[in-house]
Ligand binder design. Structure first.
Ligand SMILES: [Zn+2]
Length: 580
């Protein structure tokens, strides 16, 4: 999840992808609707000229089925980023090379909304639209700028959501899309959701193209063998870690996930790791179609936190992407992000990367963050209306979903006398992945495992913001949940001060921050913290008038509360079979 400023950002495209898919609110006729009932794949051809990776020329070829007007969508909002259309310029109709389409046959005009253009045609047939993709920000590559198109001489990276102009295609509609990449100068390489070749194509649901990643540049590449299938590991920048050790750990995580999903024959999968710049610690990642990326501030250590991030992003291959086309990722973020968050540490435990104690400590942190969050009782609809800068609202579906998963696993185990676990519910959803993945489908599939009372509670937890309890038995007989005193998270000054070039305000006398020397009016040069975590130190870097920098660290503790925490019973090892 997206911890305020990085120690670890378990971010994902799936989380914050703020519906770039079109809403029904189109401009008046004569906009051409999608042909009714047609399941013929829509055919699109993208061509990327990569001679200058800071300025990519893109051509989109599409077939117009009926003359009239059709909406073209530019990138808009995604992963908490707004106005992504700023990366698009020079949008125009061009003459398709193959068809010599008369220039008068098609035209493009802006609408009142800069992310929506009207393509007007006087006849059916092929049309080509061109645009330039450039980076619309400057300075070091820091969170959250990785969610905008990155176009630098040595690294380019964009996604279906922030780099592609496309017609308004419903997420679950079938498409045939080809991608041609030209002009990349060796030894620079290309890695996308669909392969590494200069010519690529995809047949499937449009949502998978929206959820695609396209990257390349000065990447060093190695291929891991995971259960007999190749996994491409592409790393940008200096990599001080022994790559063999990192590869081995990543291989173990991917193998554990593939076993869990009973999905081992995966022809293409890639991982792209790049450094954050000018960032003291932490990392973030996003899961895409057949690929995930990680941005790490410090590549010297592959910690349990980094492994957990890998497990999270890799899990998105199945949840939610592999469970059915998702029209509205935000509506089911409690499932897509929350259940993924629940499984990420289970996977590390299953893979033997962490032990029982570490697993329980990480689970307890989730329980605590969840119960102490100021957004604990916010309904799903309310959370969606909160601004992307509200870090607690952003984190809530991850925490809420983790707790729902823990609770639902206990319910399923109890109802089935231990025959089934939460994983069986996921596998049932996977078996029917031709259906769209919606909250109602999740509830109705869960209803095969638990009774109607439990389904009503599940809805209340997921949709209404009713607090999720901990139940005994969720993790077998060796784990109990007992009330324990824990510290609330309190910075000791106004959270609004936490921004680049910020000035500290609202310091509370007597707080740990005050005792560490934090005072109103101090100028911030940087900071790191785990939002919501009172057990990890906050570090502030202060800018002095003479240009010097001073660092202050303290534990962000408020008051003591009593909340349930998981405890392993003495002499009782948790068996893998106790885990979902
Ligand atoms: Zn995620």
């Amino acid at each position: 999840m997206n911890h305020l400023l990085l120690l670890l950002l378990f971010g994902s495209t799936l989380t914050c992808a703020a519906a770039a898919t079109p809403s029904a609110a189109l401009r008046p006729a004569p906009i051409q609707p999608a042909p009714p009932g047609s399941r013929q794949p829509r055919v699109l051809h993208y061509r990327f000229d990569l001679r200058d990776p800071t300025h990519i020329h893109v051509t989109l070829g599409l077939n117009v089925r009926q003359p009239g007007a059709e909406l073209l969508l530019l990138p808009s909002r995604w992963a908490g980023q707004d106005e992504l259309f700023r990366a698009i310029s020079n949008l125009r109709v061009v003459t398709p090379e193959a068809h010599r389409w008369p220039a008068s046959g098609a035209s493009l005009s802006p609408t009142g909304n800069p992310s929506r253009w009207l393509l007007q045609t006087t006849r059916a047939g092929p049309v080509s639209v061109a645009y330039d993709l450039t980076q619309d920000w400057s300075g070091p590559l820091k969170h959250p700028l990785e969610h905008r198109a990155i176009l630098r001489p040595n690294l380019f990276e964009f996604t279906g959501e922030n780099g592609l102009v496309a017609p308004a295609i419903p997420a679950s509609d079938p498409v045939h899309v080809s991608f041609a990449f030209t002009g990349l100068a060796p030894p620079q390489i290309l890695v996308t959701s669909f392969g590494t070749a200069g010519q690529q194509s995809f047949d499937g649901a449009w949502s998978e193209v929206r959820n695609a990643l396209f990257t390349g540049g000065d990447l060093s590449v190695r291929t891991l063998d995971v259960e007999g299938s190749p996994v491409l590991l592409a790393i940008r920048g200096p990599w001080p870690l022994p790559a063999d050790e990192v590869s081995r750990q990543i291989g173990k995580i991917l193998a554990a996930e593939r076993h869990l999903w009973d999905d081992t024959a995966i022809p293409f999968y890639a991982i792209v790791i790049a450094p954050y710049e000018d960032t003291p610690s932490g990392g973030g990642g996003s899961g895409f179609t057949h690929i995930f990326n990680l941005f790490l501030a410090d590549q010297r250590s592959f910690t349990a936190d980094t492994a957990s991030l890998v497990a999270h992003e890799a899990f998105h291959q199945w949840n939610p992407s592999g469970l059915g086309a998702v029209d509205d990722t935000q509506q089911i973020a409690w499932f897509g992000e929350g259940f993924t968050s629940f499984y990420q540490d289970l996977i590390l435990r299953r893979a033997g990367i962490i032990g029982d104690q570490e697993y329980i400590a990480r689970l307890n942190l989730t329980i605590k963050e969840y119960l102490l969050s100021p957004r604990l009782h916010a309904g799903n609809a309310d959370l969606r209306r909160m601004p992307p800068t509200d870090s607690f609202a952003y984190a809530e579906p991850y925490l809420r979903g983790s707790m729902i998963a823990l609770w639902l696993n206990a319910e399923i185990r109890q109802e089935s006398s231990g025959r089934y676990t939460l994983t069986d519910l996921l596998l049932a959803l996977r078996a029917e992945r031709s259906l769209p993945l919606t909250a109602d489908r999740i509830f109705s599939t869960a209803a095969r495992f638990v009774d109607a009372v439990a389904i009503r509670r599940l809805r209340a937890f997921a949709i209404d913001g009713v607090a999720v309890p901990t139940l005994p038995g969720s993790l077998g007989e060796c784990v109990a949940f007992n009330d324990r005193p824990v510290w609330t998270f309190d910075l000791g000054f106004d959270e609004a001060s936490l921004r680049p070039e910020g000035v500290v305000q609202g310091v509370q006398q007597g707080s740990n921050a005050y005792q560490a020397g934090v005072r109103d009016g101090q100028m911030l040069g940087g900071y790191s913290l785990w939002n919501g975590n009172a057990e990890r130190e906050v570090t502030l870097t202060l800018r002095e008038q003479d240009g010097k920098r001073e660092r202050l660290s303290f534990l962000p503790r408020g008051t003591l509360l009593s909340i349930p925490q998981a405890e392993q019973l003495p002499g009782c090892p948790i068996g893998i079979s106790d885990l979902p």
